[in-house]
Design a protein around this ligand. Structure first.
Ligand code: SAH
Ligand code: SF4
Ligand code: F3S
Length: 482
């Protein structure tokens, strides 16, 4: 990878904790160099990421630490250091982690130097550490979401010891700035604007494993984006579980207390940044000032991911979503009216306790009225410790499956109709990669998040180019440069 590691130089850094961690990276370097001598080759490291964009961003920091310590990055889990950054939002996410971890033990049998680490949201759940201690004894290092900034320090301990190291914190109010980071893409980057979630939707584990909402100061966010822009980044995605409650946790009168709308404007002003995305807004906090700023600012992507979850008012109430079906529809239609070329996508859960076919029909009604450009549909997964896990009217699997299939068909038909509307238009795309199937093609992403494949040379990767949308293929376009 030819991308620079940002914040690897002491003079880039103002946070004392990050300086301390850089010190630990220096220490780890010596240990990794000794291992290199012993192995007669460069030690390798693999970071395996599950879950959302927030975890992906955390993994870029884990990888930077490993690279600076002297490991060579590899994609396969037969590496000398493997770390799993886990997700626990649904049960199948948990199962995938444990499955992969089990397979990884085979590699360790062939490589006595191998170290296996596991971190992230699943580790914050009661019982998860105990399960690893009991059934996955070969794991060397376990830590959580709140102390991930200490990875360099923990890596040192792990390289020094043959015992399982466990460090899990219940909470933190800290935000550590300036940790080294190695981006996956040279030209685009996620940027955390806040951590945690205070919404406590009754089905959701995130507030328990990610802690309370903490916003980064606008100065720190803009400073990071300026650094990214200077390093060639053209597109940023502002990340948080509820981005439009940004700054709510700052005290009144604090100069840092600005609205999400204001933050968006400040980010758009950073020279070199050509496109700004954000993920995820909560419908209950989506205020008119945010719509105004998007409408008036062509740099902000014409894509809003607006999670609906359910369309029935009683289900929404029991989910603690704090909006009604009617309020959601009004908001989505207002967004469509004010920002005419916008794509609206959503998340939907099917099978929440008490949700039968009639209730799912309300969700289908919302899909038809809003005409979502795409929707991620999930089967409700009972998460231990959440209020909904104790609700008595859990829906039988068969009924959920039937309702899910019915809803999915409407989602797909709607998405196909919406995608085909752009036929013949000319759009600016950010070129992201060479097409996986056909090397003569490039893949670019439109402002509204739709992918376009077109003929071109790979030196265009990272550039904004104009492309005509010639042929719609369901969810993507075949196009040509103009
Ligand atoms: N903060 C964001 C997304 C968080 S998790 C939001 O409020 O939308 C991403 C998605 O996972 C959610 O939007 C929801 O659709 C889904 N999800 C969360 N908990 C779930 C559960 N217990 N079962 C099924 N899907 C769930
Ligand atoms: Fe979970 Fe709700 Fe917070 Fe999203 S807003 S992370 S769904 S509790
Ligand atoms: Fe999963 Fe944690 Fe994200 S539970 S969805 S990785 S915040």
């Amino acid at each position: 990878m030819s991308i620079n590691i940002l914040n690897s130089q002491r003079n880039d850094i103002k946070d004392d904790e990050s300086l301390k961690q850089l010190g630990f990276i220096e220490l780890a370097k010596k240990k990794v160099a000794a291992l290199e001598k012993e192995l007669g080759r460069k030690p390798t490291a693999c970071v395996v990421t599950f879950g959302c964009q927030m975890n992906a961003r955390d993994s870029e920091k884990l990888l930077a630490t490993l690279k600076l310590a002297g490991y060579e990055e590899v994609e396969t889990e037969d590496a000398d250091f493997v770390i799993y950054n886990t997700c626990t939002v649904r049960d199948n996410a948990d199962q995938r982690v444990y499955g992969r971890l089990g397979q990884c033990s085979n590699h360790k049998k062939n490589n006595p130097h191998m170290k296996i680490a596991i971190c992230g949201c699943l580790m914050q759940e009661p019982g998860a550490v105990e399960k690893i201690q009991k059934s996955y004894r070969f794991v060397d290092l376990i830590f959580g979401t709140h102390n991930i900034y200490k990875f360099a320090e923990l890596l040192n301990s792990c390289l020094d010891s043959d015992r399982m190291i466990i460090d899990i914190w219940k909470e933190t109010d800290r935000i550590v700035e300036d940790l080294p980071v190695l981006r996956k893409y040279a030209f685009k980057s996620g940027v955390n604007i806040m951590f945690g979630c205070d919404n406590y939707c009754t089905y959701c584990i995130v507030p328990y494993v990610r802690g309370r909402e903490r916003s980064r100061s606008p100065k720190d966010i803009v400073r990071e984006i300026e650094k990214l822009a200077a390093d060639g980044v053209k597109e940023v995605m502002l990340l948080g579980q509820n981005v439009n409650s940004y700054g709510f946790d700052f005290k009144d009168g604090d100069s840092d207390k600005i609205s999400f709308a204001k933050l968006l404007e400040m980010v758009c002003e950073v020279e070199g940044i050509e496109r700004v995305r954000f993920m995820t807004p909560h419908p209950k906090d989506f205020s008119d000032d945010v719509i105004d700023v998007i409408a008036g600012n062509p740099k902000i992507a014409r894509h809003i991911h607006l999670p609906l979850q359910a369309g029935n008012n009683e289900v929404l109430r029991r989910m603690n979503r704090k909006y009604t079906k009617e309020q959601f529809i009004d908001l989505a239609l207002k967004i469509r009216e004010r920002i005419p070329d916008v794509a609206i996508t959503t998340d939907i859960i099917v099978g929440f306790p008490g949700e039968g076919e009639a209730e799912v029909d309300d969700t289908i009604d919302v899909i038809k009225k809003v005409q979502f450009d795409n929707a991620f549909t999930f089967i409700y997964s009972k998460r231990a410790g959440t209020p909904a896990a104790k609700f008595e009217d859990q829906v039988p699997e068969e009924e959920v499956k039937k309702n899910f299939d019915k809803l999915l068909k409407v989602v797909q038909d709607t998405a196909r109709d919406q995608a085909s509307k752009h036929q013949g238009k000319v759009e600016t795309v950010l070129v992201e990669s060479v097409n996986e199937q056909d090397e003569s093609l490039l893949t670019g992403r439109m402002s509204n998040n739709t992918l376009v494949h077109f003929k071109g040379e790979k030196d265009l990767i990272g550039e904004m180019v104009r492309v005509s949308l010639d042929e719609c293929h369901g969810f993507y376009y075949m196009g040509s440069r103009v």
